[in-house]
Design a protein around this ligand. Structure first.
Ligand SMILES: [Zn+2]
Length: 105
């Protein structure tokens, strides 16, 4: 029914908004890093509210511990270790690891 389509539409819009917020965060991170943190926080909230999954490539731009927007060399350090990527967040000092080669990605 129409209701179902509406729900799908809202999710589509939510997904676009998430994508857009991450793009904005990227642009603004050079001049206003505190704003990019806000943008990804908003993206996370939209994702939770509408149960939309944040794409994994975008998720990796965000510290899962403190929510900081991650810019390699500026707000985080990226190291490759065998089959893993290790990101160290400068804000909270914690590490995020994920496989270098992921399946279905
Ligand atoms: Zn952090």
């Amino acid at each position: 029914m129409a209701r179902k389509n509406r729900k799908k539409l809202i999710r589509d819009i939510a997904q676009q908004q998430i994508q857009r917020l991450f793009e904005l965060a990227d642009v603004i991170s050079k001049t206003r890093p505190e704003l990019s943190d806000r943008y990804i926080h908003m993206a996370k909230q939209i994702g939770m509210r509408h149960r939309v999954r944040i794409p994994s490539q975008l998720k990796r731009r965000m510290c899962k511990h403190c929510g900081k927007y991650l810019v390699p060399g500026r707000t985080c350090r990226v190291r490759l270790n065998y089959a893993r990527v290790i990101i160290t967040c400068y804000a909270c000092g914690k590490q995020i690891r994920y496989p270098y080669k992921t399946q279905g990605n």
